[in-house]
Design a protein around this ligand. Structure first.
Ligand code: FMN
Length: 175
């Protein structure tokens, strides 16, 4: 099988997630190409791929615009082949915030018209040491609703075992 992973990342965590999936897929003896949504090439031949994984992170309640545009433009092709969505957010990792994480996905599906075969809501990372004032305030007060982020400045919430299990299950659906 030949898979394409298209990812959108703002601070780098989703790139790390996409790269981990690619490593796992190659370990299962499939071919895989990684494409950063910020670097689309018009000559990319999507018809060459047997299955697709879209991975994008959430900022201010939305996935990256470049990913949304790509999926909207190709939703028929994506819906006609095995395809999966990995939605990376803080809400996916925080107790009591699952509904918000699901809401981002529901909106993405409704805006793009694509119905992924499988979806994973996956925790991302907090990088307070890299945020500017606005980013820090937004994460603390809008996303975390004033909850104490804890003493550590930066924290990775990504459940790598859940990701590996998801990748395996998706590969099992495409044979
Ligand atoms: C400015 C900013 C806004 C964010 N907005 C949201 C949000 O609305 N909902 C959410 O669940 N997570 C939000 N997050 C958390 C990100 O989804 C999380 O940090 C993720 O790991 C980012 O992935 P990336 O490094 O691939 O861009 C936000 C993060 C930042 C820095």
């Amino acid at each position: 099988m030949n898979l394409l992973i298209v990812y959108g990342t703002t601070e780098g965590q989703t790139r790390k997630i996409a790269e981990r999936m690619a490593t796992d897929i190659r370990g299962r003896r499939h071919q895989v190409e990684l494409l950063d949504s910020a670097r689309f090439t018009p000559d990319l031949k999507l018809g060459h791929f047997d299955a697709f994984i879209i991975a994008a992170s959430v900022h201010q309640e939305h996935h990256q615009e470049a990913v949304t545009t790509f999926v909207f433009a190709h939703h028929d092709l994506l819906s006609g082949k095995p395809s999966a969505l990995v939605s990376v957010s803080l809400s996916a990792a925080l107790d009591g915030h699952e509904a918000a994480a699901q809401k981002y996905v529901d909106r993405f599906v409704s805006v793009t018209g694509w119905q992924p075969r499988m979806t994973l809501l996956l925790g991302g990372a907090l990088r307070f040491t890299k945020y500017d004032y606005f980013q820090e305030q937004f994460v603390k007060f809008v996303v975390m609703k004033g909850e104490d982020p804890g003493p550590g400045q930066d924290h990775e919430f990504t459940d790598w075992n859940a990701l590996a299990g998801f990748t395996d299950r998706f590969l099992a659906t495409i044979g």
